[in-house]
Design a binder for this molecule. Sequence first.
Ligand code: HSE
Length: 301
Amino acid sequence: MKKSVKVQSPATSANMGPGFDCLGMALDIWNSVEVTVGDNGVEISGEGHDSLPKGPSNLVHQSVVRVFEELGWNIPDFKLSCHNEIPLTRGLGSSSASLVGGLMAGNELCDGAFADDELLQIASEIEGHPDNVAPALYGGFRIAVNHNGRIISAPVPIPDGLAAVLFIPDVPMLTEEARGILPPEIQRADAVYNIGRAAMLVRAFASGDLALLDVATGDMLHQPARQTIFPAMKNMFRAAMAVGALGVFLSGAGSTVLALAQEKEFTIGYEMADAAAKSGIEGQVKITKPVSQGTHVVHSV
Ligand code: HSE
């Protein structure tokens, strides 16, 4: 068994418009966790330092423990030092990053007992959101589907030079609440609308034909309902597209709005923030990019 392990895990943006619960990509915003065996406690700096639990109910802590439990090994005393750059409850996959980071750290402590695919199954079982968990684990753009209870995940290439302009509202959106308002049944026309666009989105990324993104990021399965609790969304979408965004969508269950762009990133961010402010929503703009690296070990002794 190792004594000290540090891992980093990326933010993720799930759904990407039409790919509700199936598509997600990793972003270049990172949480890190260092696990030291033989000590105790949970230290947190950055996002959530004053709100996240610092005891055994901490998600990173639980995830480290879970690896030992899965293996039937004795759980040692360990200390966690977490640094979080991923905002909480904003649709940027902070809980998936904590979960996958904890699992990866626990697994490394246990000398890499589980393969990545096994970690994916454990993570999806705990969190239930493979569209965040798969890109958090593997990085890049991932398709994730549930096949008879097993998560099957496949990568999609990401074109060079693609930026992600985020508007991160000060107001959170809780995933359970933003799921609770979705209608339980969908119209066939809406299913067709999304199937075609999800396929086109994958094609746009894989081929680099980014002109397709405008149409390919459209959605009828979750964004229209979510707009009822977040009316500013529509104006932000319009503002981003008016100044040259390639496509725009609600990141995960919100509240972050993500615009894809290859130029004018600062203008797009400014215009989204301005449109939000006109609807009474304050927040911050962050310009980042999709990232091919997923959760990884930084050091291990
Ligand atoms: N796909 C989820 C939702 C979010 O939109 O509710 C994260 O998995």
